[in-house]
Design a binder for this molecule. Structure first.
Ligand code: CA
Length: 238
């Protein structure tokens, strides 16, 4: 059995919404898209959550009990730690005119209920990209390596890297769990599948091919070999 995924690469979204059905729908869809989701049902709880750990992005309902979305947004902008935190204001259609004022109070964008999930995701991704460094579904980044899963492309230092299918899956798995050491058996299970019976030494062969492909002349070896333990994607070899 593999240990639980590290979760390091999951962007964290705080959903502030007092309508339980809408919050549940958002959680379901966002988790499916690879986000870590926390919820708050009123403005005060939202600020508490944010002070416990700054999210990567906030979906903020306009009409909330205790404290309005606008006031929450003002407070977010007032705190140095959250001044640049991406906020999408969620408004009901009747409040649409007010939405512009919402942007003036510091929201980065807004969306009107009822909204289309794809439209919301597109706005979220645009904001996350602008905020930088937050991985989005379908993309991995480690050190100077990027991996675009939908386009099936790998780049290092801007240079295209060509990998065989097994090396591609191996790198994808390692990039999902950077710095974690996996035994040959764990890698076989995760990359080849539990029902495929191949020698653990097969892993060594593919790790060697992966290294050869991604480590260019004078570049850092990003695959760490840990004697008697296995392999990890790491910039430190010791
Ligand atoms: Ca509401």
């Amino acid at each position: 059995m593999l240990p639980a995924p590290a979760g390091l690469s999951k962007p964290y979204v705080l959903v502030v919404e007092d309508e339980a059905a809408l919050a549940t729908m958002l959680r379901y869809n966002l988790e499916k898209q690879g986000f870590r989701v926390e919820e708050a049902v009123d403005g005060q709880e939202a600020l508490t959550r944010i002070s416990e750990g700054v999210p990567d992005i906030v979906l903020l309902d306009w009409m909330l009990p205790v404290m309005s979305g606008i006031e929450v947004c003002r407070q977010i902008r007032r705190r140095p730690a959250t001044r640049d935190l991406p906020v999408i204001m969620v408004t009901a259609r009747t409040e649409d005119g007010d939405a512009v004022r919402g942007l003036n109070t510091g929201a980065d964008d807004y969306i009107t209920k009822p909204f289309n999930m794809d439209a919301l995701l597109a706005r979220m991704r645009a904001l996350l990209r602008r905020a930088g460094a937050v991985p989005v579904r379908g993309q991995h980044a480690f050190h100077d390596i990027t991996m675009d899963l939908s386009a099936h492309r790998v780049h290092r230092n801007g240079r295209a890297i060509h990998l065989g299918p097994t090396e591609f899956r191996l790198l994808e798995f390692l990039m999902q769990h950077p710095r974690r050491v996996f035994s040959r058996e764990e890698l076989l299970n995760a990359v080849w599948g539990p029902d495929i019976h191949v020698e653990p030494r097969t892993v060594d062969v593919h790790i060697r091919r992966l290294r050869k492909s991604i480590n260019g002349e004078g570049e850092l070896d990003v695959v760490r070999t840990v004697r008697a333990a296995g392999y990890a994607l790491d910039t430190e070899q010791i």
